[in-house]
Design a protein around this ligand. Structure first.
Ligand SMILES: [Zn+2]
Ligand SMILES: [Zn+2]
Length: 351
């Protein structure tokens, strides 16, 4: 079964499509929020804004953890460059790196983003659980926190309250742009205050498949290293092979996945085309389309957040690998109620 976005997708807030422990009750609504609240207009299922955004305090452990996951893979990458010069990398290391990246990246784009954040299709609980587990291997934080941050990004896109806008609070000029890009890419993770999950993702807290993974998130850091290490050991039978697997398929791979994901937050709000009328400064960037698994059609996504497909026209569709995955799930009966944008809806929003 497929469905087209309703004519005014901006008011698509609470639907009967939340499929686990019943629909989101009105109690999940922030006080005073209405489905037509302008800040809510880009969200899909969860109304979140009551005019005041209160962040939860960031713990010391959170700060240290964030620093570790950003810095350690970066140091690993620098070491990787040195090792490359020493010709210490083998074909199987690269295959493990790319395989782990593809699994984690689709977990983020199809799982965390199109499914959990925007409900752009429905699926079985075990598929939801698997996609959530795959996304957790990206080590971009707990699924609930990822979704809460991203819904907040849509609720306040490029306005005060957006966790990672390159534009908010910036003046003009080159250095302001550089500072904005840094903030959107990685700096925002060090900003004080955490997006409250209870307010932005109450549906996930009731989703048993998602929470089963979320609760075990710290283990995924170990798993993300252990899997490539085990493959390295299996292929070479040596401890050095295991270490090389952990290094290339683990640390370097996490670095690669991080920066590809983060480039959507930074580059795709700065460089590229903006064919639709939206209230933010998101862009479509074709160069990043394939590396980001189709997420770099980010302006299309801001114009139609609930669409399961971010490549909307002609060759864009061919450059939306996450869309291919959703199509494959639909063809095999594992996805239904797949949200699509009609030609009329596109025409209505075209500049
Ligand atoms: Zn955006
Ligand atoms: Zn989104």
């Amino acid at each position: 079964m497929t469905s087209t976005l309703p004519p005014d997708d901006g008011t698509l807030q609470i639907e009967g499509d939340v499929q686990f422990d019943g629909p989101i009750e009105a109690a999940a609504l922030a006080p005073g929020a209405t489905a037509n609240d302008s800040h809510v207009s880009n969200l899909t299922t969860i109304p979140v804004v009551d005019g005041v955004l209160e962040l939860e305090s960031t713990t010391r452990a959170h700060k240290i953890g964030t620093l570790a996951v950003v810095v350690i893979p970066f140091v690993a990458f620098l070491a990787a460059v040195v090792l490359l010069w020493e010709k210490w990398i083998h074909t199987h290391d690269l295959i493990v790196l790319l395989t782990m990246h593809v699994i984690a990246a689709f977990g983020i784009t199809v799982g965390f983003h199109r499914l959990l954040t925007h409900r752009s299709f429905e699926t079985k609980p075990w598929v939801r659980g698997l996609l959530t587990a795959a996304g957790s291997l990206a080590i971009e934080g707990r699924p609930t926190h990822w979704v809460a941050d991203h819904r907040r990004h849509h609720a306040y896109s490029d306005e005060e309250g957006d966790p990672h806008s390159p534009h908010v609070g910036r003046g003009s000029g080159f250095w302001q742009a550089v500072k904005g890009a840094w903030h959107a890419h990685v700096g925002w993770m060090f900003a004080p205050g955490q997006t409250p999950v209870k307010r932005f993702a109450p549906d996930l807290l009731k989703d048993r498949a998602v929470m089963a993974v979320d609760r075990q998130f710290p283990w995924f850091i170990a798993i993300a290293i252990a899997i490539p290490a085990a493959i390295g050991f299996a292929l070479t039978g040596t401890l050095l092979g295991a270490l090389a697997g952990a290094f290339w398929g683990g640390a370097v791979r996490i670095f690669l996945t991080h920066h590809i994901t983060w480039s959507v937050n930074s580059i795709c709000h700065m460089f590229g085309r903006r064919p639709f009328v939206t209230s933010d400064l998101s862009t479509n960037n074709w160069i990043l389309a394939l590396p980001t698994m189709g997420e770099a059609w980010h302006h299309n996504h801001h114009a139609f957040p609930t669409s399961a497909f971010h490549g909307l026209r002609g060759w864009q569709k061919a450059m939306d690998p996450s869309g291919w995955v959703v199509l494959a799930l639909e063809k095999t009966g594992l996805a239904w109620n797949v949200k699509r944008v009609s030609d009329e809806q596109m025409a209505a929003k075209t500049r």
